[in-house]
Design a protein around this ligand. Structure first.
Ligand SMILES: Nc1ncnc2c1ncn2[C@@H]1O[C@H](COP(=O)(O)OP(=O)(O)O)[C@@H](O)[C@H]1O
Ligand SMILES: Cc1cn([C@H]2C[C@H](O)[C@@H](COP(=O)(O)OP(=O)(O)O)O2)c(=O)[nH]c1=O
Length: 214
């Protein structure tokens, strides 16, 4: 039995990632599994949630970075097992967010290499969608959480670009990443873009049984 596909939906805050991840899983007849990061339901995830929603919660930037990474390692084995069952796993954020948001803080010593280290060894997605939207600040809920300010988001965007160009080969970017601008597009229109890119990816037959790793 062929393994399932590991699909990632990435992007800045309120770009429609969760909406699209849920729609994608639904369109795969619920045979796919949705995994959202941060997973706020685990004990580590509860701490992360507190940090994000309560501005008075203080944690060293290094500590919260490691908690976000640990939150991914908590479910790493479940993700692998699901893929080996032949089911697709759709992730809503993953390692790229972990590196980009922490690096955007410009904390001395927390450079890209430092930020990337704790996630080394996690499975790398077969296909990543990166959603961009220039109107997210007008969306419901923007500004409710710690990182949701225009200036910080624009720093995060720059870090994402640096990460893709530093850590990923042009070949990986060409074959395994899809950048979608969704400004002015409805939820359904974005879904159609994602669905057709996924079908094209499967048709090309680029992914194989071997897993890739960060
Ligand atoms: N294409 C779209 N057009 C308009 N509103 C959208 C679109 N996609 C998502 N939204 C809305 O924007 C808000 C944030 O969407 P969400 O999927 O939670 O984003 P994220 O997971 O990236 O933070 C929600 O209120 C959602 O209904
Ligand atoms: C997964 C992850 C998210 N984050 C940040 C991004 C978001 O600002 C915040 C919460 O993520 P998320 O719940 O996806 O927020 P949103 O729905 O607004 O996109 O946590 C990190 O800083 N590091 C990480 O490793």
């Amino acid at each position: 039995m062929p393994r399932g596909l590991l699909v990632l939906i990435e992007g800045l805050d309120r770009t429609g990632k969760s909406t699209q991840a849920a729609k994608l899983v639904e369109s795969l007849n619920n045979n796919a599994r949705l995994v959202k990061f941060p997973d706020r339901t685990t004990p580590i995830g509860k701490l992360i949630n507190q940090y994000l929603v309560e501005s008075e919660t203080q944690l060293m930037d290094q500590a919260i970075h490691l908690l976000f990474s640990a939150n991914r390692w908590e479910v790493a084995e479940t993700i692998r097992a699901t893929l080996l069952e032949g089911r697709t796993v759709v992730m809503d954020r993953f390692v790229y967010s972990g590196i980009a948001y922490s690096a955007a803080k410009s904390v001395p010593g927390m450079d890209l290499q430092w930020c990337a280290q704790p996630d080394k060894g996690l499975l790398k997605p077969d296909l990543t969608f990166f959603l961009s939207n220039s109107q997210t600040e007008q969306r419901a809920g923007f500004g409710d959480e710690r990182y949701e300010s225009s200036s910080f988001q624009s720093k995060v965007r720059q870090e994402f670009e640096i990460i893709f160009n530093t850590f990923e080969s042009p070949d990986y970017i060409k074959n395994h990443m899809v950048f979608l601008t969704t400004t002015g597009k409805t939820i359904d229109e974005v879904h159609v873009m994602i669905d057709s890119a996924l079908k094209k990816f499967i048709q090309k037959g680029i992914y194989n049984e071997d897993f890739m790793y960060f």
